[in-house]
Design a protein around this ligand. Structure first.
Ligand code: FAD
Length: 517
């Protein structure tokens, strides 16, 4: 009995020591971070902003936010956290413009690096035969557009919305209506500078550190922080002919979309969207557009049908207007849209590319921008798109869509299989994006719960009833689900993780790995 008492006493003493030591470690974390030799600064008080994102559903507060002034600030922070060892539980998340949907740029109790503070290198455009621009990983695409246009140049591949950072979109893929020709943004990068999860600062490209280069592109921020990118440019047009036509027949719609993405010089941008409107009243798909035939157009009634809008753009310069008109006419003549539904407008290249910002301004003024956004993005193989449309647009989303539904095909040949992004196996696959907004104080068909239930039905159907569907901007909660998502790419993904971020301290908000303890 004496021995048992002794052992128990010893155990209590031992556990108390561990607890005191742990508490000491945890409470000493902020003070040790405070002493980091940074050119920028670290903030422990104003951290609420870093716990928010566009999705507006997840809110994890970090312990601190680093505002880096140099790449070394980021490397120093990572190295410091590494030195604290696994027991500190501290993680690091790069935050671009915070336009993630599920807290992907957040770090619960960790350190968020506010990438927009990083202003080095100063943006520099290199004109010439193969023009490019060097930018900071925290640069917004809209700023890159303005800077490169000063040289008559522009990046080739875009996202629909430009107030996103280079590091944020390159960690995913970055796609829009130009992707069928140029591939996603990750196919248009020549070089990167990365701070890895080991705190090393490395340059990488196809020729140098190629494995790191491919890992980081589409790598969901798991291998390193992108601090600099070299982006390919092309001559920029001055103007854009922007065209919308409608289809009631989904087969004709996709046949024409696929025809256009395989044509050499037809259009420079091809997207499309679904109009679900049981009331028969057409929504604002044509506002700011002019009908080619106003009389016929005014007679067109949707009759409550689900319609499919094909959206095309042709770039041109004013001196080539006649040629552009002829080209447009020629390519439109091969399409089988409803003839009375041809709508056109001509806008500057900047206005075209920055088009979603106009909606942002309007929505902000109505208090409808900072609402929950239960978005769902899927890549659907071409062979599955008809079944998908039948079930999703025919059975699941029958009344309204609570926001735009984009649908457009891209060519797999423009994607590099060595990058980390996961896409379907077929030569052509579709992006289908359900971009719903849950308006405040609504619990009907536009309430958050209702939209989430619909999304769940769409995911369940797509993942169980169809073959080869992948989520874009993926979100999963368990490692098993991630493993399924990556499929044969899972093992290489794990190997890359252990090589570049062995303690798994980077970007925990993706919920793929837990920091090693
Ligand atoms: P954040 O949300 O801040 O970060 C995204 C992820 O990348 C996080 O995991 C973060 O930790 C990581 N990360 C951020 N910066 C870095 C870095 N420098 N190095 C390493 N990792 C980093 N996407 C498209 O492809 N096409 C579209 O047309 C499109 N349209 C959109 C329209 C709107 C209105 C919105 C809100 C989003 C849209 N997106 C689109 C999605 C967008 O590309 C992603 O949400 C992207 O992650 C947002 O970029 P961000 O700069 O805000 O990144």
């Amino acid at each position: 009995e004496h021995n048992i008492l002794f052992i128990r006493g010893f155990m209590i003493l031992f556990l108390s020591c561990i607890t005191i030591r742990l508490n000491f470690c945890i409470s000493s974390i902020p003070s040790s971070l405070k002493t980091l030799p940074l050119e920028g600064y670290i903030n422990f008080d104003e951290v609420g902003h870093a716990a928010r994102d566009f999705g507006n559903r997840y809110r994890y507060h970090p312990m601190a936010v680093v505002h880096p002034k140099s790449v070394s600030d980021i490397a120093v922070t990572i190295r410091h956290i590494l030195q604290m060892g696994p027991r500190s539980q501290l993680t690091v998340a790069a935050r671009g413009h915070g336009h993630s949907l599920h807290g992907q740029a957040q770090a619960h109790g960790g350190v968020v690096i506010n990438m927009e503070s990083l202003k080095v290198p100063e943006m520099q455009v290199y004109p010439g035969n193969s023009p490019y621009v060097d930018v900071s990983g925290g640069e917004l695409w809209i700023n890159i557009l303005h800077a490169s246009l000063q040289y008559g140049l522009a990046p080739k591949s875009w996202t629909d919305y430009l107030h996103l950072t280079v590091g944020g979109t390159l960690s995913n893929a970055g796609i829009s209506g130009q992707a069928f020709r140029h591939g996603p943004q990750i196919s248009n990068v020549q070089q990167l500078e990365i701070v890895t999860g080991k705190g090393e600062v490395l340059n990488c490209s196809l020729e140098q550190n190629g494995e790191l280069f491919h890992s980081v592109l589409g790598g969901l921020g798991q291998f390193g922080i992108i601090t600099r990118a070299r982006i390919s440019l092309e001559p920029a047009p001055a103007m854009v002919k922007w065209i919308r036509v409608l289809y009631a027949d989904f087969t004709a719609f996709t046949r024409d979309q696929e025809l256009l993405i395989s044509a050499e010089n037809a259009f420079d941008y091809i997207e499309g969207f679904v109009i679900i409107n049981r009331t028969g009243l057409l929504n604002n798909w044509r506002s700011s557009f002019n009908p080619q035939d106003p009389v016929q157009a005014s007679r067109f009634k949707s009759d409550g049908r689900t319609l499919f809008c094909l959206e095309m753009a042709k770039y041109y310069n004013p001196e080539d207007t006649d040629l552009a008109n002829q080209e447009v006419e020629k390519h439109l003549s091969h399409l089988s849209y409803i003839p009375s539904t041809l709508f056109l407008t001509e806008v500057t290249y900047i206005d075209f590319l920055d088009r979603v910002h106009v909606s942002e301004v309007k929505l902000r003024s109505k208090g409808l921008w900072d609402v929950p956004h239960p978005w769902l993005n899927l890549f659907i193989p071409k062979s599955q798109i008809h079944n998908f449309a039948e079930v999703v647009f025919g059975n699941i989303l029958t009344e309204t869509s609570n926001g735009p539904i984009l649908i457009y095909p891209v060519n797999k040949s423009k994607w590099d299989n060595r990058t980390s992004v996961v896409i379907p196996e077929e030569d052509i696959f579709y992006l289908v994006a359900f971009l719903a907004s849950a308006v405040p104080s609504s619990n009907g068909s536009d309430g958050l719960e209702h939209i989430l239930t619909q999304n769940k039905r769409i995911i369940e159907y797509s993942e169980r009833g169809l073959i080869g569907v992948k989520q874009y901007l993926p979100h999963y909660n368990t490692q098993e689900e991630w493993q399924d998502h990556f499929g044969p790419k899972w093992e290489p993904f794990l190997q890359r993780k252990s090589r570049y971020d062995p303690l798994a301290i980077l970007n925990p908000g993706q919920r793929i790995f837990q920091k090693a303890t």
